[in-house]
Design a protein around this ligand. Structure first.
Ligand code: PMP
Length: 402
């Protein structure tokens, strides 16, 4: 077939969809905004990746063209996140898996919670509740050990008044003998995030390796990964499109993992084969590489952190300036810089606000269906100008209706 089905000399009409002057301001919680420059580059490369005449999606994952993209993404991730590359407990493997962070809720205990072992969970929101439920299911069916909640800060169902929060110092600690301690660094639905103060590190969580679900705040700033034994994150918020989940795991934990579970669930299978044991989500890994390159060009994680702080600061600033109208259901030291959650006086007032935001070209602001309210997700690719526009709208709206 001819390459573009076009006759010599024929002019090309660009469809209207390709010249959209302004796209909606996208506050979706994930899948979420992607940098426009990345989408444009992806469009340009879609039919002809690297001069091969094929889309990246049409290449074999065993071919040189795809493998170059695969390893480039990994090298970029290692450099950008400063992921140590030593042996044993001084190095981390980067794995690309499928099944989302939800699958990791089960795969972590499958690998790391041996029969007779014990794991501690810290629960600060809805995703942490999912994680412990899956760990319990694994323990019950795969002869795993005993996962237990050492601290939960989730208000009782229907309790609208108790603020959501992080554990207090000393409230959430593993004990000697725990295989690991699991937590969620950013609760996407509840808007609770660990260690957001400038330069803050994670609190003292006890002796066991920390396993962190970082789905919604990986790469929001520079973080010392040595505080963690294992990190997992779906890419579709801060790093790229859906379809790939990144696992960053200390090499001694890869080796210590159970080997009597199916090969495809063992971390060592992915570690030994550079995540090319079976077909990886090639397009998602390629696109993540483009997003990482965009972050580099922006100035790396320090520049990203400054952007992210400014965006969240703009929204929280308005919430706090109109305390009779807007209410954040999260304690001030626990507030997420990625997902800003807030309420208006009534569900009707919230619906009116969401309608007005939509009329101003803002999308994705509806709170999760389980909690309602408003949620502005401010991931890396969300433009500071969009957050400023939302803050301005919130000010106007409060002045008009407050
Ligand atoms: N953990 C967190 C913190 C999340 O935000 C999400 C998705 N919103 C998940 C886990 C589940 O991710 P997935 O849909 O990729 O399984």
């Amino acid at each position: 077939m001819a390459r573009a089905g076009r006759l010599p000399g024929e002019t090309v009409t660009i469809p209207a969809a390709m010249t959209i002057p302004s796209r909606p301001m996208n506050f979706n919680p994930g899948p979420a905004a992607l940098p426009r420059a990345v989408l444009e580059r992806c469009r340009d490369e879609l039919l002809d990746f690297g001069g091969t005449g094929l889309s990246v999606m049409e290449h074999s994952h065993r071919g040189a063209a795809y493998e170059r993209a695969h390893h480039a993404t990994t090298a970029r991730l290692r450099a950008l996140l400063d992921i140590p590359d030593g042996h044993g407990d001084a190095g981390y493997d980067i794995l690309y898996v499928q099944g989302g962070a939800s699958q990791q809720f089960a795969v972590v205990p499958l690998n790391l919670l041996p029969p007779g072992g014990r794991a501690s969970h810290v629960v600060t929101g809805a995703w942490g509740e999912r994680a412990i439920a899956e760990a319990r299911a694994v323990a019950a069916t795969a002869g795993g050990g005993a996962p237990r909640v050492v601290a939960s800060t989730v208000p009782a169902p229907g309790d609208e008044r108790t603020l959501r929060r992080l554990p207090r110092p000393g409230e959430a600690r593993s004990e000697g003998g725990d295989a690991y301690l699991h937590l969620t660094t950013n609760e996407t639905i509840d808007g609770v995030q660990f260690a957001t103060a400038p330069g803050a590190t994670m609190p003292d969580l006890g002796p066991a390796p920390v396993v962190a679900d970082m789905s919604s705040d990986i790469a929001w700033r520079r973080v010392d990964l040595r505080q963690f034994g294992l990190i997992y994150a779906g890419a579709q918020k801060n790093l790229g499109p859906s379809g790939v989940t990144v696992v960053i795991i200390r090499r001694d934990l890869v080796e210590a993992g159970r080997s009597d579970i199916p090969t495809i669930f063992q971390y060592r299978t992915f570690a030994r084969h550079d995540s090319l044991y079976n077909t990886p989500p090639t397009f998602a890994i390629y696109l993540m590489g483009l997003v990482l390159e965009w972050i580099e060009e922006l100035g790396g994680l320090d520049a990203i952190e400054a952007r992210n702080r400014a965006k969240a600061g703009a929204i929280y600033g308005v919430i706090d300036a109109f305390p009779g109208f807007y209410r954040c259901p999260v304690e001030s030291g626990s507030r997420s810089l990625m997902n800003v959650t807030f309420r208006l006086p009534t569900p009707g007032a919230e619906a009116r606000f969401l309608d007005e935001a939509m009329a101003h070209g803002m999308t994705g602001l509806q709170g999760h269906r389980s909690v309602g309210g408003v949620r502005a997700s401010l991931y890396n690719a969300v433009e500071p100008a969009w957050a400023d526009a939302l803050a301005a709208l919130m000010r106007d709206h409060a002045a008009k209706h407050g």
